[in-house]
Ligand binder design. Structure first.
Ligand SMILES: [Zn+2]
Length: 307
């Protein structure tokens, strides 16, 4: 069984300015590593197809979508919040990113591939039902998960998020949907400071203090995610794959290496094999040191492809 890679060159046209860490270089760095290591040839490559308005509205209000469309400039840059901006190409990239999660879901549920990775930007896990924030416009992983739940073969879904930032948008969208288990690890206290103390049976927040060692991250996954995932019995697992907890990442203060991402991916593929025939859709979130991001995605994909 193969691994699909879903991406689109137009995702590099979304540009929030030369100083912005969420830069087009991130995707170029990933592509370069996959080509240099030969991993690219092992992946079944698909070009992203844009999500429809109806698909985006699985996770977002119509007002949210139309507000962003009205905000997008003809030229230059317009800010949606302090650190989230639109250029003339941003929403095209955002709809391609959201569409990638849907394509990945269809490929994995259709059984033509074992799992899939969406190498896309803008990221999505901070985007709430009616709010763009934290470099995110549409919640790609949430749109993929809600699309999966429309399929007759899918009753329950799990979303796991190891980005260094808490996926507040995903929690906002699924806080009252018990069929969706949302597990996250994140640096705390830290951005975004929303929903971190929420009490819900389907929301498993695992805060990690700044400068904590990778062992603490691994314990959170083994002791908390693993039993919750096995009890939930998802029909498909989505990964909000942010790699900004890497020790070389400039954005935050966790100390993971690519070997921790390899270990985490191995644990998740083992769980997926037990629960759901190995079905995994992984969607890129953060990761702001392009070199560390490239090596981390390499480790992630080496496990997903069964190296
Ligand atoms: Zn992040």
């Amino acid at each position: 069984m193969t691994t699909a890679l879903i991406s689109h060159a137009d995702c590099t046209l979304h540009d929030m300015g030369p100083e912005h860490p969420e830069s087009p270089l991130r995707l170029l760095a990933i592509r370069k590593v996959l080509e240099r290591t030969g991993l690219m040839q092992e992946l079944e490559q698909h070009q992203s197809v844009a999500a429809t308005a109806q698909q985006i509205e699985l996770a977002h209000s119509r007002q949210h979508r139309t507000r962003l469309e009205q905000l997008q400039p003809e030229q230059g840059i317009v800010h949606a919040d302090d650190d989230t901006a639109l250029c003339p190409h941003s929403l095209n990239a955002a709809t391609l990113a959201a569409g990638s999660a849907i394509q990945a879901t269809d490929l994995v549920l259709g059984g033509t591939v074992q799992n899939a990775f969406c190498a896309i930007r803008p990221p999505g896990h901070h985007a709430e039902h009616s709010l763009a924030m934290g470099f995110c416009f549409y919640n790609n992983v949430a749109i993929g998960a809600l699309h999966a739940l429309q399929q007759p073969s899918v009753q329950r879904v799990a979303i796991v998020d190891f980005d260094v930032h808490h996926g507040n948008g995903t929690v906002d969208i699924f806080k009252d949907r018990p069929e969706v288990l949302v597990c996250s690890t994140f640096q705390y206290p830290y951005y975004p400071e929303r929903y971190q103390d929420i009490q819900r049976d389907n929301i498993l927040n695992c805060p990690l203090p700044a400068y904590s060692k990778p062992a603490l991250f691994r314990h959170a996954l083994e002791d908390r995610w693993l039993p919750a995932l096995l009890a939930h019995k998802p029909d498909i697992i989505f990964i909000s794959a942010g790699f900004d907890a890497h020790h070389e990442d400039p954005m935050a203060d966790l100390e993971l290496t690519e070997e921790d991402y390899r270990w985490a991916t191995q644990m998740l593929t083992d769980v997926a094999r037990q629960c759901c025939n190995g079905r995994i859709v992984s969607v890129l979130e953060g990761g702001y040191n392009p070199v560390a991001l490239g090596f981390s995605v390499q480790a992630h994909l080496e496990v997903l492809t069964g190296h």
